[in-house]
Design a binder for this molecule. Structure first.
Ligand code: FEO
Length: 394
């Protein structure tokens, strides 16, 4: 079934109900790949879908028009969840012009090795379809250097590609169709998506939102390439503005791994110290929790505590791997504390401290215990928790 955003503008994407892993992070609710068809005097398809879903997209297009009538295929982003079905579409309409940024063309040529009828665009370029005008805006790094967005000027619909998306498979296409309980799920998945894909680009996002205003882009609807279409753009723009500004709340996250439970015992006592001080706190064992879920929890946390045992005079490998993942997102406005244990020689906590310092973070507190924490050590852990809670409360 097709969905009309407004007269002549259709969602013709695909729903991936069984998607559980999106290039390395969990997608417990599945996902969608959104493509949009604009039928005017000329016909434009904006983005396609992952290749395995080409048939589903073509079926939707065929309910509206003959695909051979498509005049323009706009490729907002090269990544193959959006460009993967370009070859199938171009076989049906080989004369269509493929519109992308210069970098987009470079990527499409590398991926598909086809000398399609390309036209490259930059911010401010327009394409007249008839009554409607497509206005292009580059959005580099949101999500790749090639990315751009397409704005349907007359309808004030922003086809934003990855920006403002979330991975959720649903039978509803619009935010206002979600039941009240589903609204929370949509925002939770939006936070997971932002944290695991865009968190490091907060500065760019704020600049881009400013640029949108200067260009007169005031969308009445935001239609991303994943998840729901926002009839209430202020809700998602507000959330992005908040996260991009480094919003945090009175919350701490304890992230650790453990060999013989000593670091785990410390984590539990630190949690007591924070919780007894009236601050919300969550605890994650790195081998029992999915990392993208932990990163989502870090997004709005004001304090992050990293715990590690010592192995080969350094931090535990899982802690090192997680820090590599987390540091890539450049989390902002956090207090950082570290803790851990060792047997014959230390080095685990020192390794974490050095890794955090190398990423430009200050460490507010640090505690290392030999073998098993005794009652005095447990008291020190609770005190560390209390000091962290005091920082969080400001
Ligand atoms: Fe949804 Fe960057 O691809």
């Amino acid at each position: 079934m097709t969905t009309e955003l407004t007269g002549g503008v259709y969602w013709v994407g695909a729903v991936d109900w069984n998607l559980r892993d999106f290039h390395g992070y969990i997608t417990p609710k599945g996902g969608t790949y959104n493509a949009y068809l604009i039928v005017d005097e000329k016909i434009a398809l904006v983005d396609t879908v992952k290749n395995a879903f080409a048939g589903e997209m073509l079926g939707r297009i065929k309910e509206i028009i003959d695909p051979s009538k498509i005049d323009y295929v706009v490729s907002n982003h090269v990544e193959i969840d959006h460009s993967g079905s370009l070859p199938e579409i171009m076989k049906l309409t080989p004369g269509a012009q493929v519109i992308s940024t210069e970098k987009g063309k470079e990527g499409l040529l590398r991926y598909y090795q086809k000398n399609w009828n390309f036209r490259t665009v930059k911010t401010g370029d327009e394409l007249k379809l008839g009554k409607r005008t497509l206005f292009f805006i580059t959005v580099p790094m949101l999500h790749w250097p090639d990315s751009m967005a397409t704005y349907i000027k007359e309808d004030r619909i922003l086809l934003s590609n990855d920006m403002f998306g979330q991975h959720i498979a649903s039978s509803f296409r619009f935010d206002d169709e979600a039941l009240e309980s589903d609204c929370d799920v949509v925002m939770e998945e939006t936070a997971r998506y932002y944290a695991n894909i865009l968190m490091q680009f907060g500065v760019l996002i704020l600049k881009k939102l400013e640029e949108f205003q200067k260009l007169g882009i005031e969308p009445a609807m935001i239609a991303p390439s994943h998840g729901v279409i926002w009839k209430n753009p202020e809700k998602i723009i507000g959330a992005y503005r908040k996260w991009a500004n480094g919003f945090s709340k009175e919350k701490a996250v304890i992230i650790y791994d453990t060999m013989w439970n000593s670091t785990e015992m410390m984590a539990g006592e630190i949690l007591k110290g924070i919780s007894n001080s009236g601050v919300e706190v969550s605890l994650f064992h790195l081998r029992r929790n999915e990392w993208s879920e932990i990163v989502k929890e870090v997004l709005e946390a004001r304090a992050v505590l990293i715990g590690t045992p010592t192995l080969h005079n350094d931090m535990f490998p899982q802690v090192s791997g997680f820090l590599t993942y987390l540091m890539g997102f450049k989390p902002m406005n956090k207090f950082w504390a570290t803790f851990g244990s060792y047997g014959w020689a230390g080095g685990g906590v020192k390794g974490v401290n050095e890794r955090l310092k190398a990423s430009g973070y200050e460490i507010s507190d640090s505690l290392e215990v030999r073998f098993r924490p005794d009652e005095q050590d447990m008291e020190k852990c609770r005190a560390l928790g209390e000091r962290t809670a005091a920082l969080v409360k400001g």
